[in-house]
Each structure stands twice: as C-alpha cells, then as structure tokens.
Design a protein around this ligand. Structure first.
Ligand code: F0G
Length: 404
C-alpha cells in the first residue's frame, strides 16, 4: 500500500523507518496514505469480506498477505435503547471493544503495528503501557514469534492486563514511576536499537485503530451518528477514528465527519484543560491519578492530534470524576449488560455530563467507544460491589442470608 510517513506538525517527510518523532521539529508522526487502491473499490465490495479490521485492508499501509492477525475487530455495536432513554438522547450506540481478542481496541493497532515490525525484520518489540497495550503487544508478538518487552508503571496496572502480558510470555518490567516516565525510558531503548517501539507514537498503530470508525459507519449503513465519544489517555485513538473517517470522506463514501468528543479523568486531564483554554497545545499534568488507570496519563504523546480532531469537527472534550466513572460503569453494566473497564465507562460518564450541560442534545444520535473489557480490572469491580456473603454449607443458612 503506497504511503509516506510525515510529521503531523511541520509536514516533513520522514525517511527513517524507526523514527518516533520528527527530527526537525520533534512533532508526532502520521501516515499519509495513497488512496488510489481504495478508490478502485467500494464499501459494498469490502462488505463481501467478514467484518473486522482486515475488511478495510485498502486503508491499511501494510501488505495484507503478511498480516499477523488474531481476527481483531468486528466488535458489536449495541443499540442501547434503555440507557439512551435514561440519559436523554435519541440514540446511544456502544461500540464494544472489549470483544476483541485480548479484550481491548489495542488489538486493531497491534495487528498493523506487529505486521509492520515483521516487514522491517524486527526480532524484539516493546512498549510502555498502562496495561492494555502491553497485553495486546504480548499476544501479537507471541503470534509473530518475536520477543516482547513491556514497561509498566509500578503498582497501577489492572490485574487482568498484567496477567495477560505475563501469560503471553512478555518480559514484564515494572518501572518506578508513571506511564509518562515508562514511555521516556522505552523510547530511549528503541533509539539505541534494543527494540522496535509499538506505542501509539508509532504511526502504524493508529492506522489499525482507524477501523473503529470504519466499523461504526459500516454497521450503521453509513447513517453516521452526530457524535462519537472516545476516552482519551495518550490521545492517539480519538485521532485515529477521526483520521479514518476523513479518508472515507475524501473518497466520497461519507459526506461529513461526526463531532469528536473526548473524555478524560479529572485527575489526568491535560487535553480537557487545553480545550477549556481554547489552546491547540497542552501543558502536562504532573502526578496524574484516577481509578481509570488505563488513562492515567499526564503528558499525552498525541495530545495535539486529539485537539485537532476535536477542533476540526467542532467537537468537545470534558473530564469526569472517579465517582462519575464508577457510576457509569455500573449503569452500563446493569441496564445494558455491557461490561467495560473504568476508562471505557468514562465515555458514558462524559455523555451523561455533556447531556446535562446541554452540549449533547436530546435529538442527538451518539456512539460511545467502550475501549476495554470489564474483566481487565476485577479489583475495581469487586471493590465497588456489594461483596460476597459467607455461609455454612446447609440450605437453611443460605435461605436466611437470602431473606436478610
Ligand atoms: N481506553 C482504554 C481501555 C485504554 O487502555 C486506553 C489507553 C485508552 C482508552 C485511551 O486511548 O491512549 O489512544 O487515548 N491505553 C494505553 C495503554 C495508554 O498503555 O494500554 P489513547
């Protein structure tokens, strides 16, 4: 697939296949895709293939014949009528990314990123991660028979994610510090040739994640929602969804892009603060904190990309408290029976807040991207639940407990 890697900020073409930022201005990188092959096809032709990330191969900058895949994507788009009614919007769709092979949307980025690593002949891949990226990379690296090294912030990674990284055989290193510290270290390792970096600063990762937007449009028969709500951490995913839809707009497959709405946790909210101040750039938040550990990031590498997606679509970005996140997680789980982790519930909490503030209207059709599975973080679920009741092993004791 024809493509050029460019600096997102100054537009410089990047020759170095291992670069993770612009050598001229330090900007984050992006893939400029040649859409000639895509122009020769149509959505109805693509629909003859099974739904999933590879249905849209013409939009992925790698050779599909070499794909390292676990059949990612093709996740359900739930029409959440009861919750829509409760929140007060016309339509609420939940794109349930927890149904991916390792339980998060990261798999869409990793199928492309690890295939790229294979094309480049890399033997060792690595990342810093709040958990999901490491779980996903560990699985795809194992599939491609590569070594995998993951750097995790000490003590703040949800149990399910940690278990997955270990299970798939990654070298798991707990770094004293937060995600931002771990990312700085792993970049240094990549620069000295120790490993191929597969954080979302690698521009091939967002290329795979574009398929979230493709699937939403595809599953709604191109009757696009008015707003797409995405939780924001390192800030590449909201940009990825936007970028993909821009490519479909360039081909004339869709005539507009929905408003992109980002949601951050209030203890880790640099992008929301920048938006509040009408700025195109952001200041890092020191010592980020939130129950939504997946998005516990103070210095988002793709923050400027996220802001661009939001401003270009006349969108919005807000922040929500831990209490709002946990309440939304339970609300989605109990009313629609969709189990998501706290970072994903932030999207629902953001919807509730923006509906209350009148930024989301009663007539709006909204799609929330719920990025990860509830089982990723069992500790938070158990802590936030009624708890377990102990009983003697006889029916009468249990009967009494049920009645009480
Ligand atoms: N939701 C979940 C469940 C995530 O794991 C992440 C990011 C996001 C949302 C935010 O996406 O970073 O593109 O803005 N997790 C990364 C990780 C940072 O290491 O797993 P983003």
């Amino acid at each position: 697939m024809g493509h050029v890697v460019k600096c997102f900020e100054c537009g410089k073409e990047i020759e170095d296949k291992f670069a993770d930022s612009c050598p001229r201005c330090g900007g984050v990188l992006t893939v400029d895709l040649d859409l000639a092959e895509a122009k020769r096809t149509s959505l109805s032709k693509l629909r003859r293939r099974p739904i999933g990330a590879w249905r849209y191969a013409e939009f992925l900058p790698i050779d599909r014949k070499k794909a390292v895949t676990l059949k990612e994507g093709g996740t359900p788009l739930y029409d959440c009528r009861a919750l829509a009614k409760q929140v007060g919007v016309d339509k609420l769709y939940v794109k349930y990314e927890g149904a991916n092979p390792t339980g998060s949307f990261k798999d869409r980025g990793m199928t492309v990123g690890v295939t790229r690593a294979l094309e480049l002949g890399c033997r060792v891949v690595g990342c810093a991660s709040t958990g999901n990226t490491s779980a996903s990379l560990a699985a795809y690296a194992a599939k491609a028979d590569m070594r995998c090294v993951v750097l995790l912030p000490s003590g703040k990674v949800a149990l399910g994610k940690l278990a997955q990284a270990l299970f798939y055989g990654a070298k798991v290193i707990s770094v004293e510090g937060n995600f931002d510290d771990a990312l700085a270290v792993v970049k240094e390792l990549a620069h000295s040739g120790q490993l191929y970096l597969l954080n979302s600063v690698n521009p091939f990762r967002p290329e795979g994640q574009k398929t979230i937007g493709f699937e939403i449009a595809d599953q709604l028969n191109l009757k696009l929602p008015d707003k797409i709500v995405v939780p924001v951490g390192n800030a590449a995913n909201i940009w990825a969804v936007y970028k993909g839809l821009c490519e479909w707009q360039r081909l004339g497959w869709i005539d507009h892009i929905p408003q992109m709405i980002g949601v951050q946790a209030s203890g880790s909210n640099p992008v929301a603060r920048a938006f509040e101040a009408h700025r195109e750039d952001f200041d890092a938040v020191q010592n980020p904190e939130t129950v939504a550990t997946a998005i516990r990031i103070g210095n988002p590498a793709s923050g400027k990309k996220a802001l661009r997606a939001i401003y270009d679509t006349d969108g919005h970005v807000t922040d929500v408290t831990d209490e709002e996140i946990l309440a939304a997680q339970v609300q989605l789980g109990r009313i629609e029976c969709v189990g998501v982790e706290p970072a994903s519930a932030a999207a629902i909490a953001g919807l509730v807040k923006l509906r209350r503030k009148g930024i989301i209207q009663p007539s709006d059709r909204v799609a929330c991207v719920c990025t990860g599975n509830v089982l990723k973080d069992p500790d938070t679920v158990i802590k936030n639940s009624a708890g377990v009741v102990k009983s003697k092993a006889d029916a009468e004791s249990v009967r009494r407990l049920i009645a009480s």
